[in-house]
Design a protein around this ligand. Structure first.
Ligand code: PSU
Ligand code: MN
Length: 305
């Protein structure tokens, strides 16, 4: 075992036995939602994975190790401690060296998946190409990480804090296989529609699992983005959300908020502006994604046996 990696025994046992494991990220806990909804959500997500017949593995940086599978007290610390570091690939070395408590983004979590051999990871929204990229060059580390990690990530698309059409272009360049699950459209997080077409459509988890096996059996490294639209009954009012995002972007610009602080700032701003309606939608869609991710992981384990 590597000095800087700690895989929870329950997770390692499941992987060794070829049983389904679903990874979960911790930035959503530390920076994506306020307390106590963040802790409740983190616990519910793990329970959803178990109910679906798989083992959950929340990834984080704890005590100088990249931790694959968090204990209840790790989750609580991530949800409550102030100043948890947001960890993407570039931040990981120093977070480990300094033993900082760190929440892994999609990119950081993908690194844990690759090292442990976890093939499915479910989350809310991924990072991508930011609006105004021509000025800022702000492109999330999630994209290059998805390009090299052989993992299927379930998300509800991406928020319109990003430039969605440029994000889809960047994913194509990176060779990431993007599929709409049971939809022709690429969803935009709070709402099922974006006006953009998903490059592919898959309607069932078995076909999804076969596509994963096909890609990786041929030795094509790199991931899938399974875009799972928010169920309509939970979707937020698109106008209200768009207004909040536009206002948030203007505020961020005025306050000079850039780099890794931008996304957490916008998430918080939109939550506050919509008086918790977006938070409710956020929770519902992550649960929906984790249910789908669990079904994909179970099918993938079955056909790989
Ligand atoms: N988008 C969301 N919710 C999130 C994030 C993005 O709708 O929680 C988090 C994820 O952890 C993602 C990270 O990997 O933000 C991307 O941050 P950045 O834009 O700084 O790369
Ligand atoms: Mn960025």
């Amino acid at each position: 075992m590597n000095d800087f990696l700690n895989i929870l025994p329950e997770v390692q046992d499941a992987l060794d036995a070829g049983r389904a494991v679903v990874a979960l990220e911790s930035t959503i806990v530390a920076h994506g939602m306020p307390y106590p909804q963040n802790l409740e959500t983190a616990q519910q997500l793990e329970a959803i994975v178990r109910d679906g017949g798989a083992v959950p593995a929340t990834v984080a940086v704890v005590n100088g190790k990249l931790q694959v599978g968090c204990s209840d007290s790790d989750l609580e610390a991530l949800a409550t401690q102030p100043g948890v570091l947001k960890v993407s690939r570039r931040d990981l070395p120093l977070a480990l060296a300094r033993r900082t408590l760190g929440a892994t983004t999609v990119s950081g979590t993908l690194i844990g998946c690759e090292l442990a051999g976890i093939r499915v990871f479910a989350t809310g929204g991924i990072g991508g190409v930011h609006r105004g990229v021509d000025q800022t060059w702000d492109i999330s580390a999630d994209i290059p990480e998805l390009a090299k990690s052989s993992v299927a990530v379930v998300s509800a698309g991406a928020k319109s804090i990003l430039d969605l059409s440029k994000t889809l272009e960047a994913l194509e360049t990176a060779g990431v296989t993007v599929v709409g699950f049971d939809t022709d459209e690429f969803p935009s997080f709070f709402t099922p529609k974006s006006g953009l077409k998903a490059p592919h459509r898959v309607n069932n988890t078995e076909e999804m699992a076969i596509a994963m096996r096909a890609k990786w059996s041929l030795g094509l490294e790199g991931g899938f983005l399974i875009a799972n639209p928010i169920p309509i009954e939970f979707s937020a009012d698109p106008k209200q959300v768009q207004q909040a995002i536009d206002e948030g972007l203007a505020q961020a610009h005025a306050q000079g908020i850039t780099g890794k602080d931008l996304t957490p700032f916008l998430l918080r701003f939109v939550n506050e502006k919509t008086e918790g309606k977006s938070l409710q939608a956020n929770r519902a869609l992550v649960q929906h994604n984790v249910r789908l991710g669990t079904a994909v992981a179970v099918d993938f384990a079955r056909i790989s046996a």
